[in-house]
Write a protein that binds this ligand. Sequence first.
Ligand code: LLP
Length: 434
Amino acid sequence: MHHFHYSGSDLHCESVDLAAVAKLYGTPTYVYSAATMEDHFRRLQRSLAGLDVQLCYAAKANSSLAILRHFSNLGAGFDLVSGGEIRRVLAAGGHVKSSVFAGVGKTEAEIALALQHGIFSFHVESEPELARINHVAGKLGLKAPIAIRVNPDVDAHTHAKITTGKSDNKFGIPLKYAAAAYEAAAKYPNVQIKGVQMHIGSQLTSVAPFVEAVTKVGPFAADLKAKYGISYFSIGGGMGIVYREALASGQAAWWEAQPAEQRPLTPESYGAALVPLLQPLGLKILLEHGRFMVGNAGVLLSRVEHLKRGAAKNFLIVDAAMNDLVRPAMYDSFHEIVPLHRDSSRRALVADVVGPICESGDCFAKDRQLQEVGEGELVAFMSAGAYGYTMASRYNTRAMAAEVLVRGSAFELINARETFEQMIAGEKVPAFLK
Ligand code: LLP
């Protein structure tokens, strides 16, 4: 559920009229609901009651400082994947000490930064990486806390580009080799074995692959506890969200109306299936959800430039583009598109919704059924809170969008729209061209 809804005919985020946000800050602009994030965080926590849980919000989903601070205030640690993300947590006033550092190519400098700030644990993806962590920790006179990421070879049944737990993915150490990797780790003087980790993919819409992976890795975690006294098991992130009927899914009634067998994954069904499997292990359980925390908590506001009626198709040309929200171009993903001001007397329109970028891939939706909206009107791309702004680029020298956070009836700019001067600040024409 989330806090985007029509009040009268106008789309609101919590108590804020989104048209007012667009008027003040222009478009394209990302708008996030603080209440939605808090609800999701607490629901997940509640659904895992009975376990000793540490929520490490996956910062890659949305790493704006305000959002990191919001989660930190709620008690979250973070799942981090770069020195940049570590520095973001520090800049936001969050805790590196309750955060984990993942990724297949951590540099020596990044490892040192994480160690100096007391990272809770490194999630190690290979034996060469283990050697590197040991080396850097030794130079600093520190012991590096580690967990090895095991790859359970489970099909997450999600998009190929975001599947991570199959044996042909670059991630983790195959379960059958993991015992040897732990034996190797035990011999390094500057690492301390602290846990075990897995993550099988993103946007999972059923609990079955999670159950399969926990069932595979759980007994191994129990062995590690007996052998090395590990204290935690991170089961990764990956919980999917609703994209197709995103707006309607903000209402409890929508969830109740879904037939049981088609009901999307909820934290409650996730918890109900996993708690009984995890509880007997007696380990702290880390969770690294990103999308579930922020995906439905954000929209991208955009203004219609033109409605172009072509020979074969209509094109609704908006001022947001693939540089602002790349998911449809990259994963063919679906984002619901709704007008900020709805009016049932409008005509129906079937159109491709496209941005102004000079390639055909700059398309948000094909043959989408919409209410007819004309030049200057505002639309919202739903479920854009996760992997929206963080995957944005400056392609076509388009500035990074603005970001706004709403709480109740208050809203504030949390990231100003980039200026042209900021975009070219690091560039120069070399002397030999002058
Ligand atoms: N833990 C690890 C080790 C991960 O690699 C990821 C995501 C997460 C946690 C968080 O997964 P989540 O709970 O958000 O599903 N850009 C893609 C998603 C890429 C996910 C990468 N790893 C998209 O827009 O769908």
